[in-house]
Design a protein around this ligand. Structure first.
Ligand SMILES: C[C@@](CO)(OP(=O)(O)O)[C@H](O)COP(=O)(O)OP(=O)(O)OC[C@H]1O[C@@H](n2ccc(N)nc2=O)[C@H](O)[C@@H]1O
Ligand SMILES: Nc1ncnc2c1ncn2[C@@H]1O[C@H](COP(=O)(O)OP(=O)(O)O)[C@@H](O)[C@H]1O
Length: 321
């Protein structure tokens, strides 16, 4: 087959704790990233990525979304460039690729849209070039592109540690719904969120590698993971956490107001996703989700505010049959 279409889901963070500096190297040193404990969840808000062998020697990206670049800075392009570098024989045999991104996931939203697009290109080129890479191999390639890319390949529900690229699969949570809301004109840079967090809270970071190891060992017994193991939506909702709220909400009062409006609407729980500014609320049914959405829309009448209702998605990148 000379073309593939893939579905690339967004993610939300049910839990995001920043432990301190991420340490790497033979004698572990801070590398500019953060050591995380996260629970990541794919949701049914998705982009579609079409890949086509172009018969030229170029990588081309097409996306009509005004905030998405069509050049080498696009994460989907970077994914294809990485595959070309790692598998030059395939590139010589199969030639270049046209990547068309049908964007529905809001951009710069804390929903990993770009990471998921990159993940789809890795999965799609593996198919197009008949490489037969394993999921682990694809995730290792993904980690070169960004901390969230390995998760986007597998999707579902996962515990992420390290920079976010060390993954443990968690039990699926099939019956939960999520209402998402974002101000169209507001985006938050992930780099800004982490840098500001470091400037504000860096003094309290865990820095020693043996202290980090001790923290990691406690992760599996955390209340959020217990709630997930029990598939208890009420407890999951009560145990949501996102440390990046501490820098994004004071900077953007309208996001704080949105989060408060969600809280008033009696969801299972509400939280900002990742580096924001998307706020989500968990619901136990489609009806519950619709009630929450209606109440928040009533509380904040602003045409800049966009809403989505999605379900928890059990998987990551899917091939369109
Ligand atoms: C915050 C999260 C939560 O899931 O997602 P988003 O809100 O971006 O979707 C992730 O940690 C974002 O992952 P991703 O978007 O892949 O980040 P990367 O490209 O690896 O890094 C972007 C920037 O964030 C910083 N960064 C990222 C991950 C990490 N563990 N520590 C960091 O300090 C990096 O220093 C870099 O400047
Ligand atoms: N394929 C892509 N889809 C979305 N954004 C992209 C893509 N490639 C590059 N970008 C750029 O990456 C930045 C982050 O976008 P995105 O991945 O949507 O947000 P987040 O990191 O908050 O989840 C934006 O500035 C955007 O212009």
């Amino acid at each position: 087959m000379r073309s593939y279409s893939l579905i690339a889901p967004a993610k939300i963070n049910l839990y995001l704790e920043i432990l301190g500096d991420h340490l790497s190297g033979e004698i572990p040193q801070p590398d500019g990233f953060h050591e995380m404990v996260m629970v990541l969840q794919s949701v049914s808000l998705t982009d579609q990525i079409d890949l086509r062998a172009s018969g030229t020697d170029a990588i081309r990206v097409h996306c009509t979304h005004p905030q998405v670049p069509n050049d080498a800075s696009n994460l989907a392009y970077k994914a294809a460039a990485l595959m070309v570098k790692r598998f030059p024989d395939c590139f010589a045999r199969y030639g270049g690729v046209e990547i068309t991104i049908h964007k529905q996931i809001p951009v710069g939203a804390g929903l990993a849209g770009g990471s998921s697009n990159a993940a789809a290109v890795l999965v799609g080129l593996d198919l197009l070039w008949e490489l037969g890479l394993t999921r682990d191999e694809l995730q290792e390639l993904g980690a070169v592109l960004g901390s969230d890319v390995p998760f986007c390949i597998a999707g579902g529900t996962a515990l992420a540690t390290g920079r976010g690229e060390q993954l443990d699969v968690l039990p699926a949570l099939p019956n939960l719904y999520v209402v998402l809301a974002k101000y169209r004109s507001l985006s938050v840079s992930t780099a800004w969120a982490y840098t500001t967090y470091r400037q504000t809270f860096g003094d309290s970071y865990v820095r020693r590698s043996d202290d980090l190891e001790e923290r990691r060992q406690h992760v599996h017994a955390s209340p959020m993971l217990t709630a997930i193991a029990q598939r208890d939506g009420t407890k999951i909702g009560q145990r949501l956490r996102n440390d990046l709220e501490k820098v994004v909400l004071p900077e953007h009062p309208q996001v704080l107001q949105l989060r408060e409006a969600f809280q008033q609407a009696k969801p299972l729980g509400t939280m900002m996703s990742g580096s924001g500014p998307t706020v989500f609320a968990l619901a136990e049914s489609q009806t519950h989700a619709e009630q929450i959405q209606a109440q928040v829309k009533g509380a904040i009448a602003n045409s800049d505010l966009e809403f989505w209702i999605a379900k928890f998605n059990p998987s990551g990148i899917q091939i369109v049959e």
